[in-house]
Design a protein around this ligand. Structure first.
Ligand code: AMP
Ligand code: ZN
Ligand code: ZN
Length: 418
């Protein structure tokens, strides 16, 4: 009996550790609500925006795989042929660019993993202490802008949403939890639209990682990536039907943070050069921190000799990448062209990745499309930079932008109905 009990407990803990998804009741219990907030009467009369991020959804996936619901948003509303993502084409820098209108060098999240000389601390997306500390985040994210102007927001996992930024969280938010199933995420977003007017958020943000997960594991051309795209498309269909039933003036906006490129070759950095005591942020593309100038110069010289690899000193990164941040960008920034990546140790290289130069790697292009009462129908745009999404969303919601940004409303204003 005893042994069976132990085995049972072991089995259960393995199931839990493997990440069994939560029930909807459990999901609801995890929601964080800031008390005593309500929409002003002005905000109650404004439209709604649901912005969904589909991590790693490449610009051509909807057509390539026949994602009918997403295609219907593209055809019935506005869309770009490709969304030009910011450098580096990684998840946190680009999510935060989408909601601040600032390049990563200017908002401060310069990669998924980086070092701040001023704080003498490493920001890593799995380090809750850093992720939940508002002092890492520059700019005014769209949900903070809304809350500052007495318009409620709700947030399901957008990068930055766990930290009080400018002292503010979204009225409704969650700590990142991959055990919250995709179906429950859609249900939760629709649930927020069911709240009474005063409590109902007007800016809703949601995040889905399944397409990026498949793209990394199998590569962008694999049947399993197609399956993930179609699964996401079905979720978008659920959302569209649910939104329609509310009868509210909701604009659905779909974006992604970057695309996906097949990879098949790796340069193992410690095998190429003597790193000595340099510290390396390996989140691709890597950055090297070496405060000792003599050692740094030697390393730079050695890296210049490596075929197929580009190395820039902090101040040499090409201007058009807008990658300037003296506190956080590495002393040396490395780059390769797809299908070659840079690794910490030897390993099997297959599937896909991102992080490459967005301006000379078409596979890094993401999506932007949207439909709803404030957006024109049937407008297809040439490739557009993702810094312009923030001023567009602010304009739809009637929010005034309080600080200088890199994006410009004039780039996208014409897709709005008068
Ligand atoms: P990347 O390495 O750039 O492909 O990052 C994608 C991964 O980031 C996803 O698979 C998630 O596991 C993770 N991720 C996305 N959003 C968050 C978040 N808000 N907090 C922690 N991890 C996240
Ligand atoms: Zn991503
Ligand atoms: Zn990824």
């Amino acid at each position: 009996m005893k042994i069976y009990g132990l085995l049972g407990a072991l089995f259960l803990s393995i199931v839990v550790a493997r990440g069994q998804s939560l029930s909807y009741e459990e999901v609801t219990d995890l929601e964080q609500v800031v008390p005593n907030r309500e929409n002003s009467s002005w905000a109650q009369n404004q439209p709604y925006v649901i912005m969904i991020s589909i991590d790693g959804f490449r610009h051509d996936y909807a057509e390539k795989y026949g994602a009918d619901n997403i295609l219907s948003i593209m055809k019935g509303g506005v869309s770009t042929r490709s969304l030009i993502c910011s450098f580096p084409t990684k998840t946190f820098p680009n999510h935060y660019t989408l909601v601040t209108g600032l390049y990563p060098g200017n908002h401060g999240l310069v990669s998924n993993e980086f070092y701040s000389r001023e704080k003498d601390y490493w920001y890593k997306i799995r380090d809750k202490k850093a992720v939940q500390d508002g002092s890492w985040y520059g700019g005014v994210p769209i949900w903070v802008l809304a809350e500052q102007q007495q318009m409620l927001s709700a947030n399901l996992f957008w990068a930055g949403s766990e930290a009080p930024i400018r002292g503010m969280l979204s009225t409704y938010s969650y700590q990142y939890n991959s055990r919250i199933s995709n179906a429950h995420r859609i249900r939760k977003l629709l649930g927020w639209l069911d709240l009474p007017e005063k409590q109902r958020p007007h800016m809703l943000l949601g995040y889905f990682s399944l397409v990026d997960d498949a793209g990394h594991r199998y590569g962008p051309d694999h049947e399993k990536t197609k399956d993930a795209v179609l699964e996401m498309d079905a979720l978008v269909g659920e959302l569209m039907r649910g939104v329609e039933q509310t009868g509210l003036p909701v604009n659905i906006v779909l974006v992604s943070d970057h695309g996906m490129s097949p990879i098949n070759r790796g340069l193992v950095l410690p095998e190429l050069v003597d790193l000595q005591d340099a510290e390396v942020a390996y989140s691709f593309p890597p950055m090297i921190y070496q405060p000792d100038t003599a050692k740094r110069d030697q390393l730079y010289g050695e890296l210049l000799q490596v075929e197929g690899l580009k190395v820039y000193r902090q101040w040499e990164v090409p201007e058009y990448l807008h990658f300037k941040n003296e506190d956080r960008v590495g002393d040396l920034v490395l780059l390769t062209k797809a299908p070659t990546i840079i690794l910490e140790r030897p390993g099997v290289i297959s599937g896909g990745t991102h992080g490459f130069n967005p301006f000379n790697t078409p596979d890094m292009g993401g999506i932007f499309c949207g439909s709803g009462p404030q957006l024109k129908s049937g407008v297809r745009l040439s490739p557009t930079e993702n810094i312009h999404i923030y001023p567009l969303i602010a304009e739809i919601l009637g929010l005034s932008i309080s600080e200088p940004i890199d994006g410009d409303l004039r780039s996208l204003e014409f897709i709005l109905k008068k």
